[in-house]
Ligand binder design. Structure first.
Ligand SMILES: Cc1cc2nc3c(=O)[nH]c(=O)nc-3n(C[C@H](O)[C@H](O)[C@H](O)COP(=O)(O)OP(=O)(O)OC[C@H]3O[C@@H](n4cnc5c(N)ncnc54)[C@H](O)[C@@H]3O)c2cc1C
Length: 379
């Protein structure tokens, strides 16, 4: 039993079953087609909203269920088990919409959060630029006050939900002289003149998820669209990023467990030299190692979720979870794929998609090298 067991209620279990049914019915049969399209349909977001899978942790006052983070973790796990890397639900639920809740004013919360919960407003966060990713202090996108509007200029890249987003939280310099202290978060509705989407980028994995360039050419938004105060962007990002990193760690452990289950099933079925592959000692030993590492990782991630439920997950521990589980994820995918032989290299096999989807986990949400920097600073 892990640290998390005490937090589970029958309602959590019902929610897990509802997520599982949703992915089986609404996602799995269509996911291959969406991988070809490079994006999931907007209609899927509305269906997810109707099913209660979006913004469930938001307060009831804005149409949410006031649910705890364990519901988010369950959704991420079920999505991982279904190999449904297309819909960026957790980015929306656990990363972007919380910025609106924590830093938006009352009018903005009333305007945007209920629609985000219904799946009618899809969100994105735009930090990374062509010239800078890890070094966020160097963003060049800038916002200048003109009357009672901010005028935004710049470009972003690798933005998840970039093609679908109706609302983008943009990291911009409001006072370039001040570096981190001159950085702010500004909400931009994508119908605003001057906002343009660039290419839907072609990736080596997560092919059904849209990842795009975004351009801002004299985009004018009301002064109030700046979330919190001017220059607060960095502090706000630092406050919210541990949850983003925990989300990635949960995705990693879900993928590891899923890959192990597929691999055990396959090696029991596939024969070579007159016996199932699992009967070779090499297979059993390798899979024993994977099972052991998965068990250790699960205990750590569950402990992080339990800490997060108590609001006790610190920056360094979240960074450890992100870096260590995603490194492990890539290692495990490689080990597991090997047991599928040539079939493991074929897109139609789940292990091939798990392998391709895993690589980015060490990169986004802050690279694993940056995670080690964060941990190192606390020593
Ligand atoms: C599929 C996908 C989805 C993404 N979604 C989003 C999104 O929704 N929103 C968003 O804003 N961004 C998103 N990103 C961008 C992602 O967060 C960045 O790619 C990431 O932060 C790294 O930035 P970079 O690509 O500029 O690499 P760089 O910062 O140029 O890093 C290159 C290499 O140098 C290393 N490095 C950099 N600094 C240091 C240091 N101080 N010490 C040691 N090594 C260092 C890095 O670890 C890396 O290995 C996404 C990326 C991908 C691929």
């Amino acid at each position: 039993m892990t640290a998390l067991a005490a937090h589970y209620t029958p309602e959590h279990q019902m929610f897990r079953e509802s997520c599982r049914r949703f992915f089986e019915k609404e996602v799995t049969p269509f996911h291959m087609k969406w991988e070809e399209d490079g994006v999931v349909p907007r209609e899927l977001w509305r269906k997810a909203g109707a099913q209660g899978l979006l913004g469930m942790t938001m307060p009831e006052a804005y149409g949410g269920a006031g649910a705890d983070f364990l519901y988010s973790a369950i959704l991420i796990e079920e999505q991982g088990r279904a190999l449904a890397s297309g819909p960026a639900f957790s980015l929306h639920n656990d990363i972007v919409v919380p910025y609106l809740l924590h830093y938006g004013n009352e009018e903005q919360k009333q305007k945007w959060i209920p629609k985000a919960i219904a799946g009618e407003l899809i969100t994105a966060i735009a930090m990374t630029e062509p010239g800078t990713g890890s070094d966020l202090q160097s963003v060049k996108t800038n916002a200048v006050m003109d009357g009672n509007h901010w005028v935004i200029n710049g470009s972003k890249t690798f933005i998840s939900n970039g093609q679908l987003a109706d609302l983008v939280i943009v990291v911009a310099k409001t006072d370039p002289k001040l570096g981190a202290k001159g950085t702010s978060l500004i909400a931009v509705e994508t119908t605003t003149p001057g906002f343009k989407r660039g290419r839907n980028l072609e990736k080596i994995g997560m092919k059904a998820q849209d990842t795009s360039e975004l351009f801002f050419d004299n985009v004018r938004v009301p002064a109030d669209n700046l979330l919190g105060g001017p220059g607060m962007g960095f502090i706000q990002l630092m406050q919210q990023l541990p949850q983003e990193r925990l989300v990635i760690a949960i995705q990693a452990i879900a993928a590891i467990e899923t890959a192990l289950a597929h691999t055990v099933a396959y090696t029991k079925e596939r024969q070579a030299f007159g016996k199932p592959i699992i009967d070779f000692q090499n297979t059993r030993f390798k899979l024993a190692e994977v099972k052991t590492k998965a068990t250790v990782a699960r205990a750590f991630v569950d402990d992080c979720i339990a800490r997060h439920l108590k609001k006790e997950l610190d920056v360094a521990t979240a960074a450890m979870a992100k870096y260590w589980t995603t490194d492990l994820q890539c290692e495990v995918m490689d080990e597991c794929l090997q047991f599928f032989g040539g079939y493991g290299y074929m897109w139609e096999y789940p292990i091939a998609r798990l392998y391709a989807d895993s690589r980015v986990q060490k990169i986004y949400g802050g690279t694993n090298e940056i995670m080690k920097e964060l941990i190192g600073r606390t020593l």
